[in-house]
Write a protein that binds this ligand. Structure first.
Ligand code: 13P
Ligand code: SF4
Length: 316
């Protein structure tokens, strides 16, 4: 997890500096913090108090004593922050920042899967609605999915939802057969095995990193398959001077900032999550001015989802 001091620095774009100053003023006034996912646009990452992957952001949201959390990511991540720390006000810059993979699964689908597979444990990727988490036994993120599934006795069947490709990666890593759902990330789907092959031919010494949401024929070609923050540490620890990045291209902002002498080559330049990109400095400012739009959830959903998330945190 990377923490920054949000600063109006010398040389900052004069159009942007007053906005950042106002954001800082409002943050202090409301005792607010700004959390941002690794895929956010550069300007948003640069004003955040903390950037990270889903697991790090959930953990930080759980432990913060700030009164207000401005969550810059997609809707399920902000919901998770609310579930982990319900007494805080959680606001988002834009309520329309959803996640198409998360929208592929419903609570009714969980009921159907349970009926079809009695006795199975339901492991739910955090990229899911709170109402689905509330019907699950345990959650996971891309950073801990292998560990979570490995913690379940081998004779117990596991229903893994909603990402079939993360599920497939967990199957390969654990040697277990999972009951998979057909969900997927439309952004990571855009990366093709041929993109990796071409990038390797053009950059034979490069380190190739990929997210486990990628299709299996992409993931098996990568040197490192990891969550977004683990990608950042793998790049830092590697001697490679070139890195082929098999994930959402917003990731490259952080990688460049932390590794100014390395070259980053997107595996696919259209691997761009439109939802992650709807947040902006202006919208952060408005969310702090109005303390809205706010994330609210029914009590019973918070209680149910919290159980599944707490089990995940205990095992992480
Ligand atoms: P991470 O938890 O690895 O940051 O992934 C979140 C995500 O939505 C990837 O598409
Ligand atoms: Fe959802 Fe994919 Fe965007 Fe991640 S990159 S938020 S999984 S659509």
């Amino acid at each position: 997890m990377k923490t920054f001091e949000p600063l109006v620095y010398a040389g900052m774009d004069p159009q942007v500096a007053p906005m950042v100053e106002r954001i800082q003023f409002l943050k202090e006034k409301h005792r607010a913090i700004i959390l941002a996912h690794n895929y956010q646009i550069g300007e948003v990452q640069d004003v955040a108090d903390l950037i990270g992957d889903s697991l790090e952001l959930a953990r930080y949201a759980a432990s913060t004593d700030a009164d207000v959390i401005v969550f810059c990511g997609v809707h399920f991540m902000a919901e998770t922050a609310k579930i982990m720390n319900p007494s805080r006000k959680v606001v988002v810059p834009d309520l329309k920042a959803g996640c198409p993979m998360s929208d592929m699964i419903t609570p009714e689908e969980v009921d159907r899967l349970r009926l079809k597979n009695p006795g199975a444990v339901v492991v739910t990727y955090v990229n899911s609605p709170a109402s689905v988490k509330a019907k699950s036994d345990i959650c996971c993120t891309s950073a801990n999915a292998v560990r979570i599934v490995s913690s379940i006795p081998p004779e117990t069947p596991v229903i893994f939802i909603p990402d079939q490709f993360l599920g497939d990666y967990v199957q390969r890593e654990t040697g277990r057969k999972l009951i998979l759902f057909e969900g997927f990330c439309p952004t990571h789907m855009r990366i093709m095995a041929s993109d990796i092959d071409r990038a390797r031919t053009e950059n034979p010494d490069a380190l190739v990193i990929a997210h486990p949401e990628c299709q299996p024929d992409v993931a098996i070609r990568a040197d490192v398959v990891a969550s977004t923050s683990r990608m950042a540490s793998a790049v830092r620890d590697s001697a490679a001077r070139q890195v082929v990045v098999g994930t959402e291209i917003g990731m490259i902002h952080r990688l460049r900032k932390e590794n100014p002498t390395k070259e980053f080559i997107p595996a696919c330049s259209t691997c761009d999550c439109a939802n992650m990109k709807v947040n902006s400095l202006e919208k952060i400012l408005w969310s702090l001015e109005d303390l809205a739009p706010e994330i609210t959830l029914p009590e019973d959903v918070i209680r149910g989802a919290r159980k599944a998330l707490d089990r995940m945190i205990e095992l992480s």
